[in-house]
Design a protein around this ligand. Structure first.
Ligand SMILES: NC(=O)c1ccc[n+]([C@@H]2O[C@H](COP(=O)([O-])OP(=O)(O)OC[C@H]3O[C@@H](n4cnc5c(N)ncnc54)[C@H](O)[C@@H]3O)[C@@H](O)[C@H]2O)c1
Length: 329
């Protein structure tokens, strides 16, 4: 009987870094725009205690892999216990074999930052030196790693609703990157005003934007990451209007990009603006930024093919390096 490789959370930590994940996200994003990937809309089952089962299937035909991220979005009680459990079963498309079961938690954090890094690499001005992080949680810290992997960054401004969170994040990141200056900020404006690259990684679930268009520097690049539904926004309408927009997947952005849809609902935008899939830029079919003075924005709502591509990378590495446990399922 064929065996399945199980890779747990700590083994994933050994293997997966934001930097290593970037080329795999490039493949996934090109797969989306070249119709080499298939993604289905997320299916969710809510429960009275707030725990929500989510199932996010995708296939990446160019890599002969299909699978699904199956995860619990925790309700308030479960969240306090730190539980956020999920797995990604991977199948070989040709043989139909269940090749691996990979822990999903770290993948979600790392693949999102690696996707923003892939977009930043082709959109941000080459001489970008300063980064602003709005929201200094898991995504904020992973985005620091992503931005530093693709540009020679000298200064990172970190802001959070809670100043202590920004301060702690700066201390943690300074240990990892002693050559970079980390500056905790009391206000979002203070963080953004000098930034060449801005990453918005707040929950983005309210009508109050954290990034205003009037603060943006000429030639800035924005990674808009936190808002994944039409029920809230991180950017105000002016920030969106000022930007040339790129999407992870346009179909999903038309459904879930709160930075656009919420701004339409409050009258700060008239209609959905044109956007180009970042896969088109990564494959060389679209030039991306055409002027160093343009403001570019990457709207990331997160797509399951990114999870599948990252899980495949972990599987290949674990198999080659004797990591994980082979089981008969
Ligand atoms: N686009 C994607 O693919 C993708 C993937 C994963 C997560 N996300 C989203 O990214 C966001 C951040 O996720 P995370 O895992 O880093 O969460 P987290 O809880 O680790 O961090 C969120 C941070 O934002 C701060 N915060 C809360 N409300 C704020 C506000 N109003 N203004 C400023 N800061 C505020 C918190 O103090 C915390 O430090 C979430 O909304 C999540 O849904 C997006």
């Amino acid at each position: 009987m064929n065996k399945t490789l199980v890779v747990n959370r700590s083994q994933c930590e050994e293997i997966l870094t934001v930097e290593k994940c970037i080329p795999y996200m490039k493949k996934a994003l090109v797969g989306i725009s070249e119709k080499q990937a298939k993604v289905l809309q997320r299916i969710m089952i809510p429960h009275p205690n707030g725990n929500m089962l989510a199932n996010m299937p995708a296939s990446l035909m160019s890599e002969n892999v299909t699978g699904s991220k199956v995860i619990i979005f925790p309700g308030p009680q479960t969240a306090k216990m730190g539980t956020n459990q999920g797995i990604i079963p991977l199948f070989d498309i040709e043989t139909g074999r269940l090749t691996a079961i990979i822990d999903a938690e770290l993948i979600t954090v790392v693949r999102t930052a690696a996707t923003s890094a892939a977009a930043t690499d082709v959109l941000a001005n080459k001489d970008s030196k300063t980064v602003a992080i709005l929201g200094s949680g898991k995504q904020g810290k992973a985005h620091v790693q992503g931005m530093l992997a693709v540009r020679n960054i000298e200064k990172v401004y970190m802001w959070d609703l809670y100043f202590d969170a920004a301060k702690n994040a700066c201390e943690i990141m300074k240990e990892q990157f002693p050559q970079v200056e980390f500056i905790p900020c009391e206000t979002a404006k203070e963080a953004v005003i000098d930034a060449d690259i801005i990453c918005t990684t707040t929950p983005g679930k309210t009508e109050n934007p954290v990034l205003m268009g009037s603060w943006l520097k000429e030639g800035a690049h924005i990674n808009a990451v936190g808002t994944c539904s039409a029920r809230g926004r991180e950017l105000d309408g002016q920030a969106v209007k000022k930007s040339v927009i790129f999407s992870d997947w346009t179909e999903a952005c038309h459904r879930d990009a709160g930075d656009i849809l919420f701004n339409i609902s409050v009258g700060e935008l008239d209609k959905i603006p044109p956007m180009t899939e970042i896969g088109e830029v990564l494959s060389g079919r679209n030039p991306g930024r055409t002027d160093e003075k343009q403001v570019t924005m990457f709207e990331s709502v997160g797509i399951s093919v990114e999870d599948i591509a990252a899980a495949k990378m972990i599987y290949e590495y674990a198999k080659e390096n004797g990591i994980g446990t082979w089981l008969e399922i």
